[in-house]
Design a protein around this ligand. Structure first.
Ligand SMILES: O=P(O)(O)OC[C@H]1O[C@H](OP(=O)(O)OP(=O)(O)O)[C@H](O)[C@@H]1O
Ligand SMILES: Nc1ncnc2[nH]cnc12
Length: 191
């Protein structure tokens, strides 16, 4: 069961949100089209539309939203507040005081480490991971793994934007450890 939204209304939301996304060629490096979502966050209606569009596909049994450092905090906390559930930040290493749990993951160049507060999740708690953008999926997969290690029942992943052509969705859906959980995105844009 999901929270639901009429398909026509969802299309309107997508249209309005899409107009607030700015595409910046060659940032942060040549060949990358940066999808700047700050215009969505800065717009009073955009922020509400973003939350409404994500919530439309959130399973109704969700108990906790996990947002990914840093832009995922904006999206995740907004969604959590609208749903009336709690929020747990999945932080880049070195920001949270101990005790924490951590998970290292691969980036295009090198590695990074995520941390969450130990006991951030109760055993079996139903958690949805929310982030601003899905690219290769490495970031979200690491967060999923970390939260499951903490005892979460992972309900799925929700993104504001999904970049196509990078197989990020497949890497989450086919992740044998995640058990085929659903992946939702409001907008799909080419990488
Ligand atoms: O699917 P992936 O290839 O792993 O990439 C997606 C991640 O990249 C960006 O985060 P970034 O690490 O740039 O952090 P920020 O939110 O702090 O800017 C974005 O916010 C996602 O979290
Ligand atoms: N193209 C892109 N635009 C914005 N954020 C990103 N994170 C990874 N790829 C990105």
């Amino acid at each position: 069961m999901e929270h639901g939204e009429h398909p026509t209304r969802l299309e309107e939301l997508r249209e309005r949100i899409g107009q607030l996304v700015r595409s910046v060629p060659d940032f942060p490096q040549p060949g990358i089209v940066f999808r700047d979502l700050s215009g969505v966050f800065a717009d009073a209606d955009g922020l509400q539309d973003m939350a409404s569009a994500i919530i439309a596909e959130v399973p109704s049994e969700v108990e906790l939203i996990a947002g990914l450092d840093a832009r995922g905090f904006i999206v995740g906390a907004t969604v959590a507040a609208r749903l009336g559930v709690g929020f747990v930040p999945v932080r880049k290493a070195g920001k949270l005081p101990p005790p924490t749990r951590s998970q290292t993951y691969d980036l295009e160049y090198g590695t990074a480490t995520f941390e969450v507060r130990d006991n951030a999740v109760k055993a079996g708690q139903r958690v949805l991971i929310v982030d601003d953008l899905l690219a290769t999926g490495g970031t979200a997969r690491a967060a999923g793994s970390l939260l499951r290690q903490c005892g979460a029942q992972l309900l799925g992943y929700s993104f504001l934007v999904e970049l196509t052509g990078l197989a990020g969705r497949e890497s989450l859906v086919d992740d044998p450890d995640a058990g085929g959980v659903p992946v939702h995105s409001v907008l799909t844009l080419p990488a």
